[in-house]
Design a protein around this ligand. Structure first.
Ligand SMILES: C[S@@+](CC[C@H](N)C(=O)[O-])C[C@H]1O[C@@H](n2cnc3c(N)ncnc32)[C@H](O)[C@@H]1O
Length: 244
């Protein structure tokens, strides 16, 4: 996968070449090309932004530097502008975007970018949440990380990605490691039993329970099978008994 990022502060994305993203880059599963928009000014002052027509606060990144920088990319593929006005990013979108061979992310700053660039080149506007950041770089990092997790061989065990929260509408639920007893707080006994069928059932029931507790909005959208309803009821009974 080739991911291009156009930004006036590409160095912010440099830290993306560590950790998970770094692993994907090292293994050549993905290539990250950072393009410095400051190099594409079309005036003698070297600026890439200007005051907004019609007045108002802030500066706007111009259409010409953006176009010039985009033209340096051989295959831009699917072009995304990161903006708080876009459709809110989620796991489903991360999985869909991971299927593109070429992806280009445009990071704005200040008041944003000239609308004519969006209309001429952008395929999709994406937001990482209903709040305003000072630039698109952090949003691009978030999106790149979430996309790369879905590519084969980036995470050692792809099965763990498929079982993560949001992969099938549920949250993953509680996880534990040693010690089995922390100041009297014990790990649920079933997890120490070695009975894999029972453990899987506990994990499913716990995941449904956690989803209902933490994200009732997600829980409402689940279509539970009869078996899942029984497991959830039994889990509730077990918790009630534990607290009696
Ligand atoms: C200060 S913001 C501009 C906000 C713009 N004036 C508005 O009200 O819609 C500067 C840049 O940060 C990025 N940005 C800010 N919030 C974002 C979000 N929630 N998701 C994705 N990108 C965001 C965008 O690239 C945007 O052009």
């Amino acid at each position: 996968m080739n991911i291009n990022v156009i930004s006036i502060f590409p160095e912010i994305l440099d830290s993306s070449s560590k950790g998970l993203t770094g692993k994907a880059l090292e293994k050549n599963i993905a290539k990250l090309k950072l393009i410095d928009l400051k190099e594409f000014s079309n005036n003698d002052y070297g600026s890439i932004d200007d005051a907004p027509y019609g007045g108002g606060e802030g500066m706007v990144i111009g259409v010409e530097p953006l176009e010039k920088s985009l033209k340096t990319i051989k295959k831009p593929g699917h072009i995304i502008y990161l903006t708080p006005q876009g459709k809110v990013f989620n796991q489903k979108k991360a999985v869909n975007l991971s299927k593109f061979k070429d992806l280009t992310l445009i990071c704005g700053r200040y008041e944003g970018i000239d609308q004519r660039f969006i209309e001429s080149y952008v395929d999709e506007e994406v937001s990482i949440g209903d709040y305003v950041l000072s630039g698109g770089e952090i949003a691009a990092s978030v999106i790149i990380d979430a996309i790369l997790r879905n590519l084969d061989d980036v995470i050692g065990n792809q099965d763990s990605v498929n079982k993560d929260s949001h992969s099938d509408g549920k949250l993953k639920g509680h996880v534990y490691t040693r010690p089995s007893d922390f100041k009297g707080k014990k790990v649920p006994e079933i997890l120490l039993s070695g009975d894999h069928k029972k453990i899987d059932e506990w994990k499913l029931a716990n995941s449904l329970w956690v989803t209902r507790e933490k994200r009732p909005d997600l829980f409402k959208q689940l279509q539970l099978s009869e078996k899942e309803m029984i497991l959830l009821r039994q889990y509730g009974d077990y918790l009630t008994k534990k607290h009696e």
